[in-house]
Design a protein around this ligand. Structure first.
Ligand SMILES: Nc1nc2c(c(=O)[nH]1)N[C@H]1C(S)=C(S)[C@@H](COP(=O)(O)O)O[C@H]1N2
Ligand SMILES: [Mo]
Length: 447
C-alpha cells in the first residue's frame, strides 16, 4: 500500500494560480489560459467543495458497502488497491460551469469558463465492488456519501447514480489522479468518477456506498443538479416536480488561447486553440470564427482522445489588419448537437454552453478588460454609510461562521433573489431578525 500508506494527510493542491470564488469552503476555478495540455495537471485542476474539506485518516478509513446486497462489506484501502484496476482519462466539468454568464443572474458560485479539467483516474470499477458484495436485482440506484458533512443545518452531500450507468462498468472508485494519490482537495483517499456525467456525480472522500431500490431523497438529488423538463422563460421559478436530473453534459467548447484581452501583432503567426467535449459523446467538429461569426473554419482536432475526455483543437491564424477582433468557437458532437448562440436559461444556472468568445486586439494593448462578458462581479463591498457599516457587520458576524464573504460578494441577485437566498441561509442556521434581514437586503442590492 505504498502510495496511500503512512501519513493521514494527503498533499493539499498548490492552488495558488486558481481563481478563488470561495476560500472557505474551497471553490477554485482554473484560469482557462492555464489549460494548455490535454491532461490538466493536478495543481491546476478546479476545486468545487460545498463544505469544508474533511480530515481523513487513511489508516482507519473503511468503505462500507451495504443496502440491497447479499454480503455487506467494509473494504479497506488495501483491499481496494489489490483489486484489478483501470486507468482512464475523464473530463470533469461542474454542472454550474459558466453560471456567471446567465442573465437574469442565478444564485450560486459564479463560475466563468474554467470549472473543467481532464485527468487520468486510476481505480476499480464500482461494478466489481458491488459484485463482490452480491448486488441484489432490486437495486436501482447506488447512493454515494463522502466524509464531508453539511455546514450548520445544511444537508449532507449525498449523490445517487442509476444502476444501469454503474453496470455499464465505467464508473470508477478512483484512488489516483494523474499517477499521484488523489490530492486531499480532490477526494483523498477515494472518489467516484462517473465518466461523461456532470461533476457532482463524482463524490469525493467516499466513505459509504448503499444500494437501494429508490433514488436518494436528499436535496442534492431531489432539488439540486436538475433542469426544467422543457426550456423555460429566463427568470422563471420552476417546481421540482417539473424538473429532471442532469445526467450527461452538453456539447461545449472553450477557447483557451489566445487569452481574452490578449494583444497580438499584425502579420505574426498565432494559433487559436482550446478544448471541446460533450459528456458521453465524441466531438465531430470544432469551428472557429475570426470575424465575429460571419464565417467559420474547421479547426484541427488533437490526436489525444478517449471516450469521455475532451478534445483539443487548433487553428493557425495570422491576423493582418490592426483592430479589435472577436474569436468564436462552436463544437458539434457525433449526434449532430451543436453549441447554441445562447444557452437555455434554467433556475440552477447549469449547463451553460453558448458559443465561446474571446476578444483580442491586433496591434495594440487593450486599455481596459473587454466587457462582452458580464460585468466583473468581484468588486469588494465598501462600507460608507452607518447602514452600510451595520450591514457589513452583520455579514461578518452572522455569515462568516460558515463561509467567507467572497461567495456573497459575487452574487448579482435582485431583492427577490436575496429573499430566497436568506430564507435558505436562515433555514441552515444563519441568525437574522426581520429588521436585520431588511437592512442586509437593502445593502446587498445597492452595493
Ligand atoms: N463529497 C463531496 N464530493 C463532491 C463535492 C462535494 O462538495 N463533496 N462536489 C462535487 C462537485 S459539485 C463537483 S463539480 C466535483 C468537483 O471535483 P473537483 O473538486 O475534484 O474538481 O466534485 C463533486 N464531488
Ligand atoms: Mo459541480
Amino acid at each position: 500500500m505504498s502510495m496511500l500508506g503512512g501519513s493521514a494527510i494527503a498533499a493539499l493542491a498548490d492552488s495558488s494560480s486558481l481563481i478563488v470564488h470561495s476560500a472557505r469552503p474551497q471553490d477554485l476555478e482554473t484560469p482557462v489560459h492555464l489549460l494548455t495540455t490535454w491532461i490538466t495537471p493536478n495543481d491546476a485542476f478546479y476545486i468545487r467543495s460545498h463544505f469544508y474539506t474533511p480530515a481523513i485518516d487513511a489508516q482507519t478509513w473503511q468503505l462500507p458497502v451495504d443496502g440491497d446486497v447479499a454480503r455487506p462489506l467494509a473494504l479497506t484501502l488495501d483491499a481496494i488497491r489489490r483489486m484489478p484496476s483501470r486507468d482512464v482519462p475523464v473530463t470533469l466539468e461542474c454542472a454550474g460551469n459558466g453560471r456567471g454568464n446567465y442573465d437574469p443572474p442565478v444564485a450560486g458560485v459564479q463560475w466563468r469558463r474554467g470549472a473543467v479539467g481532464n485527468a487520468r483516474w486510476t481505480g476499480v470499477p464500482l461494478a466489481d465492488v458491488l459484485r463482490k458484495a452480491g448486488l441484489e436485482p432490486s437495486a436501482k440506484f447506488i447512493w454515494i456519501d463522502g466524509a464531508d458533512t453539511g455546514l450548520g443545518r445544511a444537508p449532507d452531500f449525498i449523490r445517487s447514480v442509476p444502476i444501469d450507468k454503474v453496470l455499464r462498468g465505467d464508473v470508477l472508485l478512483a484512488y489516483a489522479m494523474n499517477g499521484e494519490p488523489l490530492p486531499l482537495a480532490h477526494g483523498f483517499p477515494l472518489r467516484v468518477i462517473v465518466p461523461g456525467w456532470e461533476g457532482a456525480y463524482c463524490v469525493k472522500w467516499v466513505n459509504h456506498i448503499t444500494a437501494s431500490d429508490h433514488d436518494h431523497p436528499g436535496p442534492f438529488v431531489s432539488a439540486s443538479y436538475r433542469i426544467p423538463r422543457r426550456p423555460v422563460p429566463p427568470g422563471s421559478v420552476v417546481n421540482a416536480a417539473d424538473t429532471v436530473p442532469i445526467r450527461g453534459l452538453v456539447v461545449k467548447s472553450i477557447i483557451t488561447s489566445p487569452a481574452d484581452g490578449a494583444a497580438l501583432m499584425p502579420g505574426q503567426a498565432a494559433t487559436i486553440s482550446g478544448f471541446a467535449w460533450s459528456g458521453e459523446y465524441a466531438i465531430r467538429t470544432v469551428e472557429v470564427s475570426i470575424d465575429g461569426g460571419r464565417s467559420w473554419a474547421f479547426a484541427r482536432l488533437g490526436d489525444d482522445h478517449a471516450p469521455h475526455a475532451w478534445r483539443q483543437f487548433t487553428l493557425p491564424w495570422r491576423p493582418r489588419d490592426p483592430g479589435s477582433r472577436v474569436l468564436l468557437s462552436r463544437a458539434t458532437d457525433v449526434r449532430g448537437r451543436r453549441q447554441p448562440l445562447a444557452a437555455d436559461w434554467n433556475p440552477g444556472g447549469y449547463l451553460f454552453n453558448a458559443v465561446d468568445s474571446v476578444r483580442v486586439n491586433v496591434g495594440e494593448e487593450l486599455a481596459a478588460s473587454p466587457s462582452h462578458h458580464p460585468s466583473d462581479p468581484y468588486a469588494p463591498i465598501a462600507a460608507v454609510t452607518p447602514q452600510d457599516e451595520a450591514a457589513a457587520e452583520l455579514l461578518k458576524t452572522r455569515c462568516t461562521i460558515c463561509h467567507a464573504t467572497d461567495l456573497i460578494d459575487a452574487q448579482r441577485l435582485d431583492a427577490n433573489g436575496w429573499q430566497r437566498e436568506l430564507t435558505k441561509m436562515t433555514g441552515w442556521g444563519a441568525q437574522l431578525s426581520p429588521s436585520e434581514r431588511d437592512l442586509l437586503i437593502d445593502y446587498l442590492i445597492r452595493r
